[in-house]
Design a protein. Structure first.
Lengths: 875, 429
């Protein structure tokens, strides 16, 4: 640690960092714009100026930018020196010359870093008397709104979008005080992480366009800590609500998981919660029913016996467990297709046995050689793709460090690094968005991908089984060499090829390379649902068809996404009574005799287990009509009073899940006797909110399940990480207030990040190499091997109900490399389960004999793939 | 070789302005320096040392010791390659036209200078980054480079020495900021011409991230002569401790505006009165910018100062590029200051706040003042802005340069500014 004297006060600072970082970590109110903990320093805005003194005898000093000056031991600086105070005032005055001062009509108002910094600097009088520059704004698509007149030219947007996220359709144009940050022409921002611009932009140039549709100020919203439901990575979010509608999602910093950034599906997929078609009341035989009569019907059916329950990988552990308890473990069935469960259990087993560690997203970012086997990350686990994109900088950064360039000096690092990239090898059936930073790619059928994996493992360790005809696997030695030479090698795999061999091959590579091993998973609680267990779904279908079950309770699950249409049809037809719990109509709920309105993540508390094996709690933010309940509340036995009781019962019953109780403090948790407020302070108080209905103030809703209150009253102190509903601290109204929640800026949250990891094998553990190596793929004369293809917008069930995401959804298609077909041509794909019609997209990178088919929004399901089928021009 | 030569840079130039081609250049002793270097077994370090001994200082305006700059380039087997030499021919400083003459009239001198410098820093590739508007220089340089390649003076294994150098001519898209050495490197890489953070400095991280030296045209033109005639000879050319000759130019309402190669340290008065012939009849001298638009005004009392890197500091100014712009009593000092500030505001790359924001503001204040809309308090605002543009306050040297004419005009011509505000008009219009 270095000692830096700030206005004569000795402060311990990290000498590997700059002075701004150190000052902010110590809580000094030093204003800044262009610097960001994830982006480093460039010295553009000049707002963070301090006076630096040579030694204790130097009274003159010189103005330096704190973000561009190392926090070297013995450095003496002043923030309060009058000359530098005047300089900073001059900078903010300069930044504000052209700013429209339109805070009252700006969505950023009240949570604007520019507002905060302007107040912090003390600038309050406008001396500029000339015309302001104006720009024409652009339509950037349904997610991000553009208002360039508010721009202060800090360059954060392009640095994030281009340098960090790898986008290339946002740029800085023109010069002087007319730099325009936008696209060459109007159009949807192409990068899958464009929504982070909303939080990266220190003012209202880039704002959340979905929030704009139902706008409320930050201080008027009520927030709850949440966990993203749109993939299995478990990014931490805060959900904002007002008047019963969910207004937006913001990033909830978790040092180990999502850091500062979310993907666009995670940020903008939330609007399904507000869908007009949401079930708000129970439906009994197609008619609305009271909660009491619905419950009576449910009790009656349970009493009659012969009830089975089908769980769900998108419902919480608590909901699945309550159903399991209600129907009994013997009658509880997994909500996933058998093959999928098998793959996920295989992954869990591998991670449990170890010694390979399942890395956090931050550790993925720090990996210095990555081998991706089978996964199109950007479309399956998007946030992980963003982490992998950073990982390719690791090896070049070592070279930069040798040049004695501090790693926080972003432009210096990039100038030195240029286009150098560390090893990233991607082996997938078709091209992926990460290919642009890959060292090499290999596109092949799943069996050949598995063979490559096995071959790499053998090249690394001769004890790993050898691959017959291994000469057919290109890149083997190159990949093995890169992994071997790396300090932090990483293998990424998952179930997306529906291939056990691919997963086993990845495990072999990770074992042989002493690498970390990260698996993706299909849905937000796939891993949790697999850990909970249950009989196979096919057995549930059999039980119904064979007449062993009279009542089927289906928890938050559209079975038509789990098995071919005809099969589900026949099962639901055969079941005398179907009871479904869900949020939105789907083909399964249409068949339900009793439909119970289940709360979404925004109306429920619960726990998901991410693909990393991290148990994370989400909390209710909306207080809906009393008929909309968390699924576990509909299903739980009477003697369970609240969430704590569910968790306790689950810990008793299922020891493998006992640890999840610690994912967040219990409902009894208090800080100095007070709960944690969900609402930020506001000057006007809460009494006016419902005054148009009733002048007397209603009692705030009680929350028996958590330590959070539905109110702005409660502790003013910082809550534990799992219970942070919003980031705010005095003088820091914007999301940049995250700084004040961290011990060291950019590091873990004070008190530690929320963390219950279920897979922590000892490094001494071991498991035998897998040896079932498939034969190499043989293309067929008149058939194609169809493999699933996922889309960030279009393959995930819930986000597809959000209008903004639906607008961007990829049209389901077949990707193929063949001269037989032309781009856009309609074809018929015939499998054993039927014929499906798709347009064709030509993918020249794909190997012969295989075709990739969009899944998730097309009638063809992932579970039916890979499979052989015929493709012919549509008549 | 003549040792009494006192105009090494310009002596071969033809009065009619036509180009000195390869044959003529060689007849006049050209390409002897590079032959000497490559054939006599001089080491790159020895060449750099000779230039260091000559005390040659950068002629682009900053005056950094050339030999010292070259010594920063990492050498040896493990250094990243290639190493680049970049010739800064992006001469865009208002009032400056010295490099243009060197490139248009005697392009081989620059090529030979680049070759010697390239050898000294062990460069593999050299670029001449040329101001886009210098089309004639572009044509003549392109032809000269072709001539040099034809004779195998450039390319692989030059003079059988084993040293190879590829030389390319790159025409700028045209912005003042490309003249900043790191803005230039970004432009050459095809990026926005924003200057880079320093450190890292170009000798360690330069063009495409590789070791790079950026030298001004005039600087490199001195190099062959230092090699031919020696460091001591070069030192002796100057009248003060800065060695060599310097191209000095004068523009404005003088009798004979022009450009002359004179000993370093020649006084301002001598240049102005003997070479430029003094002021035109009927106009009086009021002040001058000694070295391009981004230097402080000096006035009558400073005219006996020597034009070298140190002396003008006494007057709060600097030699800059050595090409003066003269202000006379028929020209409005506010209008001139506005004109310069307008240029700098327009050329700001838009990166750091004091520059993009402050220059635009100052531009508008000066315009309003010149148009009779000045207000009390405007001068204080301008003074405040010039402090915001101080070196170290901004990202690069553009705004500190822009501050120099403004702050010195406010000092020397304060009453003229006050009159504009008081009288709500420009007294010269």
């Amino acid at each position: 640690m270095a000692i830096v004297y700030v206005d004569h006060k000795p402060c311990e600072m990290n000498p590997e960092e700059n002075l701004l970082h150190g000052c902010l970590s110590h809580g000094f109110k030093l204003p800044y714009f262009c610097w960001h903990p994830a982006l480093g320093s460039v010295g553009a805005c000049r707002q963070c100026a301090v006076k630096q003194f040579r030694d204790e005898n130097d009274s003159h000093g010189k103005i330096v930018m704190s973000c561009m000056t190392p926090a070297a031991d013995g450095t003496r600086i002043s923030i309060a020196d009058p000359e530098v105070v005047a300089f900073r005032a001059g900078i903010i005055e300069g930044l504000m010359l052209n700013h429209p001062h339109d805070c009252p009509v700006c969505d950023e108002g009240g949570e604007c870093h520019l507002q905060d910094m302007t107040v912090m600097t003390g600038h309050d009088y406008r001396r500029y008397e000339f015309e302001k520059r104006t720009f024409r704004n652009q339509n950037l698509g349904p997610l991000v709104n553009h208002e360039m007149n508010r721009c202060i030219q800090c360059y954060r947007c392009v640095r994030y979008y281009r340098d960090y996220a790898g986008g290339n359709d946002l740029n800085a144009f023109a010069l002087r005080d007319r730099v325009f940050f936008g696209r060459a022409e109007d159009g949807v921002l192409e990068n899958e992480f464009s929504g982070n611009l909303v939080e990266i932009c220190p003012t209202g140039v880039f704002t959340d366009k979905t929030l704009k549709q139902h706008y409320a100020r930050k201080w008027d919203q009520q927030f709850a800590p949440s966990v993203c439901v749109h993939c299995a990575l478990g990014c931490n979010t805060d959900a904002g609500e007002r008047y019963g509608t969910l207004r937006r999602m913001v990033n909830r910093y978790n040092h180990e998981v999502n850091g500062y950034f979310l993907c666009d599906r995670g940020r903008f997929g939330y609007e399904f919660v507000n869908d007009e078609r949401r079930f708000r009341q129970p439906l009994l035989k197609g008619h609305t029913a009271s909660a009491a009569s619905a419950r009576h019907y449910l009790d009656e059916k349970i009493a009659q016996g012969r009830v089975i329950g089908i769980g769900s990988p998108r419902a919480s552990l608590e909901a699945n467990f309550s159903l399991r308890t209600l129907v009994g473990p013997d009658h509880f069935y997994s909500g996933m297709a058998d093959h999928e469960v098998k793959l996920i259990r295989l992954m869990i087993e591998i991670l449990r046995r170890g010694p390979m560690r399942t890395p956090t997203l931050r550790e993925i970012e720090e990996s210095d050689a990555v081998f991706i086997l089978g996964e199109d990350l950007t479309n399956i686990a998007p946030r992980m793709a963003l982490s992998v994109r950073q990982s390719v900088r690791q090896q070049p950064m070592e070279a930069v460090e040798k040049l004695k360039i501090p790693l926080w000096l972003d432009f210096g690092v990039r100038d030195a690094m240029q286009d150098a990239k560390g090893p990233l090898y991607i082996a997938t059936p078709h091209g992926t968005r990460l290919d642009d930073v890959a060292t090499a790619t290999f596109h092949a059928a799943p069996d050949d991908l598995a063979r490559l994996g096995f071959a790499v493992a053998h090249a690394l360790d001769s004890n790993a089984p050898a691959v017959p005809q291994a000469e057919e696997c290109p890149l083997t030695n190159e990949i093995a060499g890169a992994l071997k030479a790396a300090k932090k090698p990483l293998v990424i795999c998952g179930p997306s090829c529906s291939s056990e061999a691919v997963i086993q091959a990845a495990a072999n590579v990770a074992m042989a390379a002493h690498a970390a091993l990260s698996f993706t998973a299909p849905e937000c609680n796939s891993v949790g649902a697999a850990l909970m267990g249950g009989n196979p779904l096919s057995a549930a279908f059999r039980a119904v068809r064979d007449g062993y079950a009279d009542t089927v309770i289906i928890l938050e699950n559209d079975l038509y996404r789990r098995a071919p249409h005809a099969e589900v049809d026949s099962v639901l037809k055969a079941a005398p009574h179907v009871i479904a719990l869900d949020h939105l109509p789907n083909p399964t709920t249409e068949k339900a005799e009793l439909l119970l309105p289940a709360g979404t993540f925004a109306e429920s508390d619960g726990t998901f287990i991410s693909s990393e094996g991290r148990a994370q709690r989400f909390f209710q933010v909306c207080t809906p009509e009393k008929e909309v309940l968390a699924s576990w509340r509909w299903l739980k036995p009477n003697h369970w009073q609240n969430l704590d009781d569910v968790l306790r019962a689950m810990a008793d019953e299922l020891p493998q899940l006992a640890a999840i109780s610690d994912a967040a403090p219990s409902s009894k948790f208090r800080i100095a006797g007070a709960k944690i407020p969900r609402s930020p302070h506001r000057e006007s108080g809460r009494t006016a909110a419902l005054v148009h209905i009733n002048i007397s103030e209603p009692k705030p809703p009680e929350d028996p399940d958590s330590a959070l209150s539905f109110s702005m009253e409660g502790t003013p102190d910082q809550p534990p990480a799992a219970l942070i509903p919003f980031f705010w601290s005095p003088s820091w109204n914007s999301i940049q207030s995250v700084n004040t929640y961290q011990k060291e800026v950019g590091g873990p949250l004070r008190g530690g990040d929320a963390c219950v990891r279920l897979f922590e094998p000892s490094p001494r553990n071991g498991q035998a190499y897998f040896s079932a190596i498939p034969a190499s793929f043989q293309p067929r004369e008149s058939e194609w091997l169809l493999v699933p293809m996922y889309h960030i917008f279009g393959s995930e069930e819930l986000s597809l109900q959000a209008p903004a995401i639906r607008e961007l959804a990829v049209i389901p298609h077949v990707a193929i490399n063949s001269d037989e077909f032309a781009e856009g041509m309609e074809v018929e794909v015939t499998l054993s389960d039927g014929t499906f019609r798709f347009p064709v997209r030509i993918h020249r990178e794909m190997p012969a004999g295989i075709a990739a088919v969009s899944v998730g929004s097309s009638p063809l399901l992932a579970v039916q793939l890979p499979g052989w089928g015929k493709i012919a021009r549509a008549k | 070789m003549k040792s009494n030569c006192d105009k090494p840079l310009t002596e071969r130039m033809r009065a009619d302005g036509s180009v000195v081609d390869l044959q003529a250049y060689e007849r006049a002793g050209g390409y002897q320096a590079i032959r000497k270097v490559l054939r006599s077994g001089m080491t790159p370090m020895a060449v750099a040392e000779e230039v260091k001994q000559s005390n040659l200082r950068g002629r682009g305006g900053a005056g950094f010791q050339t030999g010292v700059k070259w010594s920063f380039v990492p050498r040896g087997k493990d250094v990243p390659n290639p190493t680049y030499l970049v010739v800064n021919g992006d001469e865009m400083e208002p009032g400056t036209f010295k490099d243009r003459v060197l490139m248009e009239r005697d392009p081989h001198q620059l090529i030979e200078g680049a070759m010697v410098a390239g050898f000294a820093i062990e460069a593999d590739i050299a670029y001449i980054f040329l101001r886009g508007e210098y089309t004639l220089a572009g044509e003549r340089l392109a032809r000269a480079i072709a001539e040099a390649y034809e004779r195998h003076y450039l390319g692989k294994n030059i003079f059988g020495s084993g040293y190879s150098l590829e030389l390319y001519l790159h025409l700028s898209g045209g912005r003042y900021i490309c003249g900043d050495e790191t803005g230039l490197l970004n432009a050459l890489e095809g990026k926005r011409a924003n200057p880079r953070s320093k450190p890292p400095f170009p000798p360690s991280v330069g063009l495409f991230g590789k070791p790079t030296v950026v030298n001004n045209v005039e600087t490199l033109c001195c190099v062959p002569h230092i090699i031919n005639r020696g460091a001591t000879w070069f030192q002796g050319l100057g009248r003060t401790k800065d060695g060599g000759t310097k191209l000095f130019g004068v523009s404005g309402k003088v009798k004979h505006p022009g450009l002359w190669e004179l000993p370093m340290g020649t006084t301002v008065r001598e240049i102005l009165e003997e070479h430029a012939g003094g002021m035109r009849d009927g106009v009086k001298f009021r002040g001058l910018l000694p070295g391009g638009a981004s230097t402080d005004f000096i006035v009558e009392e400073h005219l006996d100062l020597a034009m070298d890197f140190a002396s003008l500091g006494k007057a709060g100014s600097r030699m800059g590029t050595g090409t003066m712009i003269v202000l006379d009593d028929h020209t409005c000092p506010v209008g001139m200051t506005w004109n310069l500030t307008h240029f700098f505001a327009r050329e700001s790359c838009g990166f750091c706040t004091p520059c993009w924001s402050g220059l635009g503001w100052a531009d508008r204040i000066l315009k309003a003042m010149e148009e009779g809309r000045g207000k009390p308090g405007d001068l204080e605002k301008l003074e405040f802005q010039t402090k915001m543009w101080a070196p170290g306050h901004t990202f690069c040297a553009l705004a500190p340069g822009a501050a120099e004419p403004v702050q010195s005009a406010l000092k020397h011509f304060r009453e003229d500014f006050d009159r504009h505000i008081r009288e709500h008009r420009c007294p010269w219009s």
